[in-house]
Ligand binder design. Structure first.
Ligand code: UDP
Length: 239
């Protein structure tokens, strides 16, 4: 149980949709800036921040497959979408006065450097934010899995999954007004009950590697700061 502990190195997973605001596609500049501001604030206070950003605000392989694009190409397009999001976030973070590196899981010379867990940890130790882009680099995975994998690889203290709801509920809180939020749940229970907060592959990886995860609502003001202070915000998922 790590409740009350202040995480020193965090991997934050943001979905692409989180950057979209009220639009149907792409970015909302205000949302991008306010998200960057919250992340930069933590980094300035000495918390090591690494990010994985999804691509769902631009392309998803599954969506492209519906328009007839083969799954592997569609997934590669989805991974490239995450690179665009990473560049937008890097720019927003620079505007907040913090330095930030983009590391990509596919080689894209001139855009970001290739992923290395060791180098990433060096940058984090030097006080730079690192964004891991292009997912895992493999089709048929999601950026949730990339976030779990990178969190494990860089030895993060905590994986943070930002969602639209403020944690994990025993039923869908949008459909069921009496749904109850878990303050804490084990990976085994979350996996068994198929509580759809994160894909199964990602949860299995975290479970096997003892990586705690907190599910929270990034748009609740001060949520990220409270978590960094060791407060019990959202739902903590542990082995
Ligand atoms: N993707 C992939 N391999 C990965 C990560 C992502 O093929 O390791 C592709 C996949 O098509 C996915 C898209 O990139 O749909 C965007 O990622 P994701 O759906 O996870 O984004 P989010 O829902 O978090 O915005």
């Amino acid at each position: 149980d790590n409740t009350g502990q202040r995480p020193k190195r965090i991997l934050l997973k943001l979905s692409g949709e989180a950057l979209m605001g009220d639009f149907d596609f792409g970015f909302d500049a205000d949302v991008l800036q306010s998200t960057a501001q919250q992340i930069a604030e933590q980094q300035k206070q000495g918390v090591q921040m690494a990010l994985v950003i999804g691509g769902g605000n631009i392309f998803r392989g599954a969506g492209l497959a519906k328009s007839g694009i083969n799954r592997v190409s569609g997934d590669q397009m989805g991974m490239l979408a995450t690179v665009m999001n990473a560049l937008a976030m890097q720019d927003a973070l620079h505007k907040q006065g913090v330095s930030c590196r983009v590391m990509t899981s596919m080689n894209i010379d001139g855009v970001g450097e290739g992923f290395s867990a060791e180098q990433a940890q060096r940058y984090l130790d030097q006080g730079e934010i690192v964004i891991f882009a292009a997912g895992t680099g493999n089709p048929c995975f999601t950026t949730d899995s990339a976030a779990s994998l990178r969190a494990i690889e860089i030895q993060a203290d905590l994986l943070l999954k930002a969602t639209k709801v403020d944690g994990i509920y025993d039923s869908d809180p949008v459909k069921n007004p009496t749904a109850k939020r878990y303050e804490q749940i084990s990976y085994d229970d979350a996996i068994e009950q198929r509580l759809g907060v994160m894909d199964l592959t990602a949860m299995v990886l975290c479970n096997e590697n003892n990586m705690p995860m907190r599910v929270f609502n990034m748009f609740e003001s001060g949520a990220l700061a409270s978590i960094v202070n060791g407060e019990s915000v959202g739902t903590l998922v542990e082995v």
